[in-house]
Design a protein around this ligand. Structure first.
Ligand code: NAD
Ligand code: LMR
Length: 326
């Protein structure tokens, strides 16, 4: 066995919650940083759930992961983000049946300003932030705007679950595996307005051809409303699939995608008509430790209209939390 050469501190908020119960085991097991890195975990919870998070820490310890470093449990963001190289902001209320994710903005928005400030003041220079708590794009924007000393590209929102759903639904339709698919993207917001886009999709390097009726009437709404479907059927919001997507996002961000497209919600530079500064889902590749927007794609009028519908919702969410934007 090789001796680990590196050390990373990963902060996970909402550490006693459902998503964390899957996510923490994957991070501690090396799914993000790999076998050469010892991982120290900082677990942030609200005071009422610190006891439960201590129990999670005990179980992590009992799992005897070879590269597990220190585990710190706290309700103080200054301690939780101290020296963090990666931060997964999961802690937030989930929606229940009948709610849209934007309904959570008032309940959850207030969490992300103080956490952004604590990241600004205490995290490591190379900090990477992934916001999972809903509404993820706008919560990521709140955190980013409260961290003026951190480069804005270090704040991202989770749309990898939407991307994975888009791959999986297409793979089932074509009766192939997701590994056979490429160049799938989900534009816009992690909400029902998102646009899962198959314009450039390929199966084993060949263009994907699907019937327009299936694409517009079944595929797009199915992917866009999959979170609600899970809540309806499971009775609770998605957790293990969300954790899996968070691992995909962070692992790819650090190690790169080898030119493969993935969807990440990142700060817009104004590309593709998406307002500069909004955090939106784009076709991206990860290279050299940075998410980069795939350049030079031609958009049809249909694509522009669908992207604009989701961006309009992101603008509304941003305006609704103007007082939290630092
Ligand atoms: P959960 O209720 O099981 O756990 C949330 C945890 O966060 C709780 O333990 C709670 O005490 C903690 N928490 C609340 N406020 C906190 C704060 N200020 N600091 C630290 N911890 C805090 O919920 P869950 O199922 O783990 O989901 C968490 C969030 O992730 C929800 O908002 C959910 O909607 C969202 N989510 C997003 C995606 C996505 O694709 N972006 C997917 C699934 C779920
Ligand atoms: C999901 O997409 O599964 C999560 O964002 C949970 C939700 O509220 O849909």
């Amino acid at each position: 066995m090789t001796t680990p050469q590196n050390r990373a501190t990963v902060t996970v908020t909402g550490a006693a919650g459902n998503i964390a119960y899957s996510l923490l085991w994957q991070i501690a097991g090396g799914a993000v940083y790999g076998p050469d890195t010892i991982v120290d975990l900082n677990l942030l919870e609200i005071p009422a759930a610190v006891g439960a998070a201590e129990g999670v820490a005990m179980e992590l310890s009992d799992s005897a992961f070879p590269n597990m470093g220190k585990i710190t449990v706290t309700d103080d963001p200054a301690v939780a983000f101290d020296g963090a190289n990666s931060a997964l902001l999961v802690g937030a209320r989930p929606r229940s049946k009948g709610m849209e994710r934007a309904d959570l903005l008032q309940a959850n928005g207030g969490i992300f300003g103080p956490q952004g400030r604590a990241i600004n003041d205490h995290a490591a220079e190379d900090i990477r932030v992934l916001v999972v708590g809903n509404p993820a794009n706008t919560n990521a924007l709140i955190a980013q705007r409260n961290a003026p000393d951190v480069p804005s590209e270090r704040f991202t929102g989770m749309m990898r679950l939407d991307h994975n759903r888009a791959l999986s639904q297409l793979a089932q339709k074509l009766e192939v595996r997701t590994r056979d698919l490429s160049k799938v993207v989900v534009w816009g917001n992690h909400s029902a307005t998102q646009f899962p886009d198959l314009t450039w999709a390929e199966v084993n390097g060949e263009p994907v051809r699907v019937a327009a009726e299936w694409y517009y009437e079944e595929y797009i709404p199915r992917v866009a409303k999959r979170g609600a479907e899970i809540i309806e059927v499971r009775g609770k919001s998605s957790a293990a699939s969300a954790a899996s997507a968070a691992v995909d996002h962070l692992r790819d961000w650090i190690h790169g995608t080898d030119g493969e497209w993935a969807t990440a919600a990142i700060v817009s530079d104004g590309s593709y008509g998406i307002d500069e500064g909004l955090i939106a889902g784009f076709p991206t590749v990860a290279e050299g430790g940075t998410w980069k927007i795939v350049p030079g794609l031609e958009l049809s009028e249909e694509q522009k209209a669908r992207i604009e519908a989701s961006v309009a919702e992101l603008r509304e969410e941003r305006d609704a939390v103007a007082d939290l934007l630092g």
